[in-house]
Design a binder for this molecule. Structure first.
Ligand SMILES: [Zn+2]
Ligand SMILES: [Zn+2]
Length: 341
């Protein structure tokens, strides 16, 4: 496909889309129904529908009987862990193989013209971003993902939290399912904003930000503390009356959903003239500029707190102005603390 129709490439070869990013059109009054209807397919496709299907399939074929989950035992816990390992390797690996190993679409629609494998760096374990990112996802990402899942299933199995059946209250559960991406977005914004506090950034979140030029394995490359906070998004179902399948959908939206911000391409080509929009630019800009887009725009939290970057030159200027003001404030505070001799 010709990527010059949808974006522009700078002198270095980095590609950026021509259209500005938008937050979900749900927060303007009066509501513009035309815009909402146009946006709806993006809400469901490609990701949310996929996570809902994967959650139902996982519940049907993988999750053990409820009586088994009443007691935490190695057998079923290890089975879930192993399935999650395989699922992560297959899911993220598919994007990695197609886009970064085979380089099937070369750098068409690729934001950063370089490929991580071509730029070894000492900030990463083994000097390799790919190996570092993969190892971190496997060593702490999947175990903490599985641990969170086990706690929630065990709580449901023992009746420690309300389990609403679909036959009992289908309308409520459908509404809750639709709200899951919004709950996850607010959760992610809050924990993400928290780990950008300088102390936590230095000791925790910098691990994730080492990958400036993201690739699929970067999705789950985090410090274990960040993994704990990130997967804790599923724990909302211990507070909100819910159903374990919806909780699982929420977990998949977090665990697999991280791909959307880290695929590194604006479009994934499928065939000669078709491409899927993985909605990756918002979070790509976060990796590029660090202090913008703490969430993805489904809930306009970045807009409210002045950290929204829609990819335009105007947003760039606003961001630089914000950085200048912050620097001036920090310098003024430093000056006040320096004793006059
Ligand atoms: Zn990221
Ligand atoms: Zn961050």
């Amino acid at each position: 496909m010709d990527d010059s129709k949808l974006g522009t490439r700078d002198k270095r070869g980095n590609w950026a889309p021509n259209t500005a990013l938008k937050v979900a059109p749900l927060y303007q009054f009066p509501l513009k129904f035309g815009e909402i209807i146009k946006w709806l397919p993006n809400f469901f496709l490609p990701w949310n529908l996929f996570f809902a299907v994967s959650a139902v399939a996982y519940w049907a074929w993988i999750v053990p009987p409820v009586e088994t989950m009443q007691n935490i035992a190695w057998g079923w816990v290890l089975k879930l862990w192993l399935v999650n390992v395989v699922a992560v390797i297959l899911f993220y690996g598919a994007f990695e193989v197609r886009l970064y190993i085979q380089r099937a679409q070369e750098n068409r629609f690729k934001y950063n013209h370089k490929f991580p494998a071509d730029t070894p760096s000492d900030v990463f374990w083994f000097g390799s971003q790919n190996m570092d990112n993969f190892a971190r996802g496997m060593l702490s990402g999947v175990p903490i993902w599985t641990g969170t899942q086990v706690i929630v299933f065990w709580a449901y199995a023992n009746g420690y939290v309300p389990w609403i059946r679909f036959a009992e209250n289908p309308v409520y559960l459908v509404i809750l399912t639709l709200l899951v991406p919004f709950i996850h977005e607010v959760h992610f914004f809050c924990i993400h904003r928290l780990i950008h506090i300088p102390f936590l950034y230095k000791h925790v979140h910098s691990v994730h930000h080492n990958s400036i030029n993201v690739s699929p394995w970067s999705s789950l490359s985090m410090h274990p503390v960040e993994h704990l906070l990130y997967f804790a998004t599923m724990l909302w179902h211990l507070i909100i009356p819910s159903n374990p399948v919806i909780a699982l959908y929420h977990l998949h939206a977090a665990g697999f959903g991280a791909i959307s911000g880290h695929v590194g391409f604006d479009r994934i080509e499928v065939g000669k003239n078709r491409a899927i929009d993985p909605h990756s630019y918002t979070h790509y800009l976060h990796h590029k500029y660090f202090e913008v887009n703490y969430s993805d725009g489904l809930v306009p939290l970045d807009k409210m707190f002045g950290s929204w970057h829609d990819g335009t030159k105007e947003a760039d200027e606003c961001m630089k102005e914000r950085f200048r003001k912050t620097r001036a404030r920090v310098n003024a505070a430093k000056k006040r603390q320096t004793p006059v001799v």
